[in-house]
Design a binder for this molecule. Structure first.
Ligand code: XMP
Length: 319
């Protein structure tokens, strides 16, 4: 009879056996997987673990603060917070191709992570929140079609370069099981139940050029959308919901003036693994309420549209 409590105990023993008195470094992304992996490993080996959070300035509203508060204050886990927003914004200027955005962000992320790892005198192990579907996907990628639809970023190449072994305690788990393990470990529900969020963050939700101003506009719209979804009790019924800031300006009227501002698209899908997805069929009244709030409260947006594309043929993200 298999329970999460037993899984937790077994994994803790396994981590201790693997790591011995070695040093472990873990990159936090703000997502569920890396958070659960870090808390589990911390329970197993305590201060031998250091977490590194490379903050690229492409997170959702308040998310960076939440990560820092949870790990430093709540769990007391040694955490290095790298505020790299400026560096990422500079590097992204002029970049419009989606894959080039991913390449730059992935590369800069690894460079910063490596620098911090060296700064603490290196580590013997690199911890990752790799899940079972990631394991299968990377296997099928080598034997399967040579077309990569989107390159997902991780710390590829770093373990070899720094001579680190991998610690991947979640390799046998599916997403829902990781959430269950997170609850078992006492992680707050706001963390555990969180929708998946891509490594390149808001950069791939801003088609065209990314800059801080556009990130700030998108963060505000996205926060309103998610707040309305939570208030309506719909958050857990949805796999992912987010706003996209389009590189298109349209004309509007507000008061007795003409506006000429950005379009915001809303996306919400149901899915079990992200491989296929259906659009979430909101009530029209819900969508018009979100639209009204965004246009009234977010300067820089004067039109809101809803994305009615399933996957396939669409992808979940817009880039
Ligand atoms: P798509 O857009 O390919 O997304 O239908 C499927 C799932 O993958 C996430 N996604 C990413 N995650 N780095 C990530 O870590 C990426 O570059 C990336 N692109 C897409 C997406 O959010 C969805 O959950």
């Amino acid at each position: 009879d298999w329970t999460m409590a037993e899984f937790r105990k077994t994994k803790i023993e396994e981590i201790r056996d693997q790591v011995g008195d070695g040093k472990v470094i873990c990159g936090l992304s703000g997502g569920v997987d890396s958070a659960v992996a870090a808390v589990l490993i911390h329970e197993a080996i305590g201060e031998q673990l250091t977490c590194v959070f490379v903050d690229h300035g492409l997170m959702r509203m308040n998310e960076a603060e939440q990560v820092v508060t949870l790990f430093r204050d709540h769990y007391n886990i040694p955490l290095i917070h790298v505020d790299a927003e400026e560096q990422f914004m500079t590097g992204l200027s002029g970049v419009t191709d989606p894959e080039k955005k991913r390449k730059f962000i992935g590369g800069a992320f690894i460079d910063l992570f490596e620098k911090e790892a060296k700064g603490i005198g290196g580590a013997d192990f690199l911890a990752q929140g790799t899940l079972y579907p990631d394991v299968i996907e990377s296997v099928s990628f080598t034997g399967g079609p040579s077309v990569t639809i989107k390159s997902h970023h991780n710390v590829g190449g770093l373990p070899e370069r720094m001579n680190m072994q991998l610690v991947e305690p979640l390799r046998e788990l599916f997403k829902d099981e990781v959430r269950e393990l997170g609850r078992e470990l006492g992680l707050p529900e706001i963390f555990v139940g969180r929708h998946p969020f891509p490594g390149p963050g808001l950069a791939i939700r801003i088609p065209g050029e990314v800059n801080k101003e556009r990130c700030d506009i998108l963060r505000k719209a996205d926060a309103i959308y998610l707040e309305e979804i939570r208030n309506a009790g719909l958050y857990d019924a949805i796999w992912q919901a987010f706003a996209v800031l389009l590189p298109v300006k349209t004309v509007g009227v507000m008061g007795d003036g003409r506006t000429y501002d950005n379009v915001c698209a809303l996306r919400a899908v149901t899915s079990t693994d992200g491989m296929t997805a259906d659009i979430y069929p909101f009530d029209a009244s819900f969508l018009s309420q979100v639209s009204t709030r965004i246009i009234n409260e977010v300067q820089g947006i004067n039109r809101v549209v809803y994305d009615y594309t399933s996957k396939p043929p669409g992808t979940i993200e817009w880039e």
